[in-house]
Ligand binder design. Sequence first.
Ligand code: NAX
Length: 332
Amino acid sequence: MDNLAAVSTEPVKVTVTGAAGNIAYSLLWRIASGDVFGAERHVDLTLLETPEHVHAAQGVAMELADSALHLVRNITVTDDQKTGFDGVNAAFLVGAKPRGKGESRADMLEANGRIFVAQGRSINESAAQDVRVLVVGNPANTNAYIASKAAPDVPAERFNALMRLDHNRGLSMLSDYLGVPASKIDSLVVWGNHSDTQFPDIEFLRVGGKSVTEQIDRGWYENEFIPRVALRGAEIIKVRGHSSAASAASAAVDHMRDWVSGTGGRWVTVAQPSTGEYGVDEGLVFGFPTTAINGRQTVVPGLDINDFQRERIDANITALRAEAAIADELFT
Ligand code: NAX
């Protein structure tokens, strides 16, 4: 089964970790309604949680059952990783350990590292041959790097991290600025890490096939757009009182749907293991401009990168290199 979008009587097996959490509470319903794998495709859902929260995940499964969604064949709730990833075709790794009070990003990375080593190993042992893994839990890029490293038998390109939310945030702001629907805007990319070093780049931006970069005020771009996209998560927390949940789920749906069904030539941002593109160290999970066709993703090749872009891409390489160095210690 190479293309998950194909009409099939065989259900697609989907695992969502962090199933009792905020993002999953939106994501599960979108998957179960056919928004990822299509309105013709049945799904077997596995809700994976920690032993402390598996009971709450049972409650989520009860609500899913109460929704009587016709595409859902089976729902499994478990705190056992091996069961959780058994035969899985698509895994959304949402569950992660949040940063505690006084903890640095490095502390958070180490705590999460253990989770993602264990999950990578279980995926390596138990997943279906065509498994696709989307890491949402933060620090998402390096968690994906760790999970991939712990799963040597799964091709590295099957591990992605979510930067589509950053991409969608950028599209929405540009849509307001340019006065055109977001769906008409193409060739935005958010390079790098899902953190405040990320680089939302408008250098290649097009509307209706024509470059619109010249129409965008440079001051607005550098001083408002870039920092506002990068810090949008904090802005949401300040206003809503909770971190992004439905928009994160929506971005995860967009990401996996496009991975499976293709982007129709449009660019999306995918954080994926580098094979050396644009000077990014091989293996780092980096946000790149990406197209997808027939279930395969390709980094947009051959773009000219100017000094402004280079400096910001390099800052992300440096940050992710430092995270990878901490992560690598988990394997020694
Ligand atoms: P919640 O705290 O509401 O839920 C997380 C759930 O994960 C909890 O129920 C917890 O028990 C579970 N969990 C923890 N470790 C687990 C493990 N080893 N196996 C299974 N379940 C586990 O967080 P929520 O708001 O749902 O956010 C989840 C993650 O997404 C966080 O790490 C968050 O930082 C990250 N985000 C990533 C985004 C992105 O664009 N990549 C944006 C949104 C969000 O900030």
